[in-house]
Design a protein around this ligand. Sequence first.
Ligand code: ZN
Length: 334
Amino acid sequence: MSAFAIGVDLGGTNLRIAAVDERGTILERTALDTQASRGRDFVITEMCEAIRATVSKISSATLAGIGIGVPGIIDMDTGMLRESPNLPGWHDYPVRDDIERRLGAKVVLENDANAAALGEQWLGAARDHEDMLMLTLGTGVGGGLVLGGRIWHGMRGMAGEPGHITIDPDGPPCPCGNKGCLEQFASATAIVRMAKETIAKGGSPGLGRASKDAGGLSAKSIYQLAMQADEGAHQIYRRVGWALGIGLAGLINLLNLPMYVIGGGVASGWDAFLPALLEEVRWRSFVYRATTGPGRKTIITRALLGGDAGLFGAARLPMLVPEVGGQDGVRKRA
Ligand SMILES: [Zn+2]
């Protein structure tokens, strides 16, 4: 009998569940509100009920396990959340073990950005590559590094945080404690902040008008202005590309991967930030310049799976057999 897995994308506001087979076909899917404010036990109970209902609809395959992408830092040893701003009250609680007990199936917890990277590697933009890095440009900047078809976790599951690479040592403060992180230039939050700074300097009548619209300023509205040749908005997206280019140049020099994938809502502004991004990467990364020929090209490209990347990646997790003695060894309990 063939196997399938359940992928869960557990966000602060939405909970999405899909049953996915080994080839990446979605067999069933469902979505509900997370209702994080009603507390951890309520959310876990709702999630387990929805998973049970999804599994019960599939009779043609056996359940390999459940992968859950969660916003926050996960301790791979204990299956607990160390930090998760969107899920208050979840830290220091054995989330993985509790769900395993309730459902009687293998559960793998993963950071949501790592899960998205694995999804893009398995079925998306990097499906022809075992090694890739993904940057997710959303409210913040997340990411994930996949090597040999597996997420690189580092010592305690905290690897894959390219959003907190320093771009400008004296740049805007970041909630992580550093200054001038990539996230402070390439996230939706940063784009709106930069637009407000431009307006305060009287730099763009177009942005000023957009800020008074009903929808207000957003990464999308600023992108639309940039595409209409508004100089202030255009400069902001050039700044996004500049920061991404500096960050990627360092990553390319370090990793020499075949593919770097950029996803998340801000990636919709691809046309507006790509020229500046490539300009920076070309002069800052000799590894990039040395890998432009056929067959050994460094590819920087857009993600393909949109919001489903994390769902597919989460479903992929229980399908991967842990490597004995490898970095995945930390996931196994003694
Ligand atoms: Zn930071």
